[in-house]
Each structure stands twice: as structure tokens, then as C-alpha cells.
Design a protein around this ligand. Structure first.
Ligand code: ADP
Length: 421
């Protein structure tokens, strides 16, 4: 395994896994530290999704080290610590403390920190992080409920979180290419710095940084800076070139869409699917609460549907309807009822020969993945930006899409199936 990654949250992990897969690495994402019996031998990269962004620093360190240990057992040659491209953290951590711990773990004395992701409007110039052109401390991140970012100077921000000395490799060195970046690394190291913030304003900067940093035992940053690593590894030892194939092997079986998101994108996707005549069942939270409808109702309905067509079960509703339901049931309770129902339906799907699933909604996806006991996914081709097909490893053999509510084009529920072989 070339690269073992530790991500501090689930959606960030998927983001990174997709980036690596798109650049040609066979990538597996695990939800939590990989189980000891999980076979990771076919993977070039493994991304471990933790939930450690805002937990106490000591716990974040412990979880990250457990992930690192497991990746080392699978013979990861390099480690990557992934955090948010807005450097979400407090003066207590967790970026600095986890970086310190992973440097010690890898027995190395130098790493870089680069959250830049220009395609998403995150750039770093002279060590200052900009979000869509605004300095971090003037962006909406200044009011984040958990990690308010009030200083855009990342050298200062990180220095408050670590006892190690923090340096800077600025734009001029990055612009001049990989060799200059390597020289700058050596210069900063000689000056006693152990972590360097690295400027990046464009994808070509990220690719140059990837080439310059590919030998480091540990790298840290957003998913952007991982962009250049696959190419660097390929140069080193002839890994396969990314395939342009968009087809994906899926287990034989029936197809289903479970939509628990009420986002505007998902509302549109449900509408397009209904207009196209996809057999559909709407879950009404009030009926679920009263017992007039149960998960079994949905399963009975599913059994009576034509097996060659995808079926759609959705609770997706417009804001007025959601509000009406929430005022009757309470916001949390309404959400739980729907999530639990979709989870119970999901649990019964393998026995009904459903092997191809699209799930819409972040929280909904979490509930469904839990119910199906899926804890590792092979990342497949991208259907729409940010949303890949995946295939479960271990347990039920499933092709799965976990779609964050607002992602995907209007015809997403129709076209995604065409990529399955
Ligand atoms: P998104 O990714 O769009 O935020 P999530 O699945 O994360 O989607 O969140 C949607 C939440 O709304 C879930 O808790 C879900 O159970 C809840 N929900 C779904 N349908 C309804 C509905 N009709 N009324 C009220 N809440 C709903």
C-alpha cells in the first residue's frame, strides 16, 4: 500500500478517497479503524474515516494513532493526515497535536501542512488562508459554532497548537516547481522548523507539492494536496495509469433508491424519477409516527414491484411539509423516525435480493450504512462531482452510492445505474 490516510471526519474522508481514485489509485475507505480481518492487500491507498475533528485532543491523538498502527500493519509506505480545507481547529487542536503524534509515530522530523484546495476556493498565500478570496478570519468560518477561525495566518494558528517550530514555504518557491520546493523544505528544516505551511494557489502548485513531498513519511493537509501524489508514485514505480473507464462491476441483483434528504437537489431528483415512472413509495413521517405505516408496509410494497426496475422509497418533502411535520413531531423526533425506518428497510434488503443501492442524505447514509453493517468501501467511478459508486468489502456484497443531499444533477437517480456492469 502506497498511502495510508487518516481523515478527521467522514465526508472529508470520501472527498480524499475520491481524489485518490480519480488520480488512479485503487482506493478503499473504511468507516473507523479497519477491522483486523479486513483484506486491504489490493489497495494502493486506504482512507480511514474518523470523527476526531472536535473531540478532546488526547482522544483525537489516540484514535489517529490506532488508525496509523493499523495502516502500518497493512504496510502503508506513507501516511497522510487529512483535515478540512478551512483548517478547522481550535488553539487546543486537533491539527497540531495529531500532527506531532504522527511525526513521532513515523519517527520523522519534518512534514508539511497544506489545506489549499483551489478548485473549491481555498488558497494559501504567504501562509494566509483565503476562502473564496476572503481571508479565513473574515469568511463565514469566523462564526463556526465549534471551530471559529479568527486568524488567517496559518503559521500562527498552527504554532499555537504545537511545541514544534512552524515555518513557511511561500508562493515563490512553489511556483518555481518541485526542485525549488525540495530546496525550500531543506532550508526550513535547517532553520529548525519541523512543520511547514505551504502556499498553493492552483492545481499546478498542488501537483508540484505532491512531487516534492512524495518521499515524506507523513504529509498533512486537505484533499487538494493529495492530488499530486498518485502521479509522483507512478513516476517512482510504474503504478497503473488511471483508467478512463466509467463502468463499475456490481453484484447481480435488484436496484433501489432510499431518499431521506429534503435538500433542493434531492427534491428535484425525486421529481425527475417520479416523472420518469420509476415505481415509488412515499414515507409519511406522521403515518410512521402513528403506526399507520411501518417498515414492513414498505417491504411488502417492494416485493410486489417489478424486479427489473429500480424502486424508490422516499421521505423527501418540500420545506413547508417538513415544517408541518416538525411542528407536530419535533425536529429531532421527525428525523429519527424517518432515519430509523429507512435503516430498518435497508436491513431487510439483502434478503430480498437488493444489491444496488443509492442513498440520498448525509445523516440518512450514516444510518443506512450502520444498519447494513458496512465498514469498508472500495471507491469506484464518479457519477457526478463528489459522488462515486462504491462497493462494500466484507459483509453483504453491495454496490452503494452515499449521496450528500445537495449533490448530483437532476437526473442522478436515473443515470447512475447506467455505469454498473
Ligand atoms: P442532507 O444530506 O440533505 O442534509 P440528511 O439525511 O443528512 O440529508 O438529513 C435529512 C434529515 O431530515 C434526516 O434526519 C431525515 O430523517 C429527516 N427527514 C427526511 N424526510 C423528512 C420529512 N419528510 N420530514 C421531516 N424530516 C425529514
Amino acid at each position: 500500500m502506497k498511502l495510508g490516510c487518516i481523515a478527521d471526519d467522514l465526508t472529508g474522508a470520501t472527498d480524499l478517497a475520491l481524489m485518490l481514485a480519480r488520480e488512479g489509485l485503487r482506493t478503499i475507505q473504511t468507516i473507523g479503524v479497519p477491522r483486523a480481518d479486513l483484506d486491504l492487500s489490493g489497495a494502493d491507498a486506504v482512507v480511514v474515516a474518523l470523527k476526531s475533528r472536535t473531540i478532546p485532543a488526547q482522544e483525537a491523538i489516540a484514535q489517529s494513532l490506532a488508525a496509523a498502527e493499523s495502516l502500518r500493519k497493512s504496510e502503508a509506505q506513507h501516511l497522510f493526515f487529512k483535515y478540512c480545507s478551512t483548517f478547522d481547529s481550535t488553539d487546543e487542536g486537533n491539527i497540531g497535536p495529531v500532527t506531532d503524534a504522527l511525526l513521532a509515530f513515523t519517527d520523522s522530523d519534518f512534514t508539511l501542512a497544506c489545506p489549499a484546495f483551489p478548485a473549491n476556493g481555498r488558497t494559501v498565500y504567504k501562509g494566509h488562508l483565503f476562502v473564496n478570496g476572503e481571508p479565513l478570519h473574515e469568511s463565514s468560518m469566523k462564526d463556526h459554532p465549534l471551530t471559529p477561525m479568527r486568524d488567517s495566518n496559518l503559521v500562527r494558528v498552527l504554532q499555537r497548537q504545537t511545541k514544534l517550530s512552524v515555518g513557511l514555504v511561500a508562493y515563490e518557491d512553489v511556483e518555481a516547481g518541485p526542485d525549488s520546493i525540495r530546496i525550500a523544505f531543506a532550508r526550513e528544516k535547517a532553520a529548525g522548523h519541523r512543520i511547514v505551511i505551504v502556499d498553493a494557489l492552483s492545481d499546478s502548485h498542488l501537483r508540484a507539492i505532491g512531487l516534492a513531498a512524495a518521499d515524506l513519511s507523513l504529509m498533512t493537509g486537505g484533499s487538494g494536496v493529495a492530488m499530486g501524489l498518485p502521479a509522483a508514485y507512478r513516476q517512482g514505480e510504474g503504478l497503473t495509469v488511471p483508467s478512463s473507464s466509467t463502468a463499475f462491476d456490481a453484484p447481480a441483483g435488484r436496484s433501489i433508491i432510499l431518499a431521506g434528504s429534503c435538500s433542493s437537489a434531492t427534491q428535484e431528483q425525486v421529481k425527475v424519477a417520479l416523472d420518469a415512472g420509476i415505481p415509488a413509495l412515499r414515507l409519511d413521517p406522521l403515518d410512521l409516527a402513528s403506526g399507520a405505516m411501518t417498515p414492513q408496509t414498505a417491504l411488502d410494497w417492494l416485493e410486489s414491484q417489478p424486479s427489473q426496475r429500480p424502486a424508490l422509497i422516499y421521505s423527501t418533502a418540500n420545506p413547508n411539509d417538513v415544517q408541518a411535520v416538525q411542528s407536530r413531531l419535533g425536529r429531532m423526533h421527525a428525523g429519527e423516525i424517518v432515519e430509523n425506518t429507512l435503516a430498518e428497510i435497508a436491513m431487510a434488503l439483502p434478503a430480498l435480493s437488493f444489491t444496488r443501492l443509492i442513498v440520498a442524505g448525509g445523516e440518512t447514509s450514516g444510518a443506512v450504512v450502520n444498519a447494513l453493517d458496512v465498514d469498508a468501501l472500495a471507491i469506484g467511478p464518479e457519477i457526478d462531482p463528489g459522488v462515486p459508486w462504491t462497493r462494500s468489502l466484507a459483509g453483504n456484497d453491495l454496490a452503494l452510492v452515499l449521496k450528500s443531499g445537495n449533490f448530483g444533477s437532476p437526473d442522478f437517480f436515473l443515470k447512475a445505474w447506467n455505469m454498473l456492469r
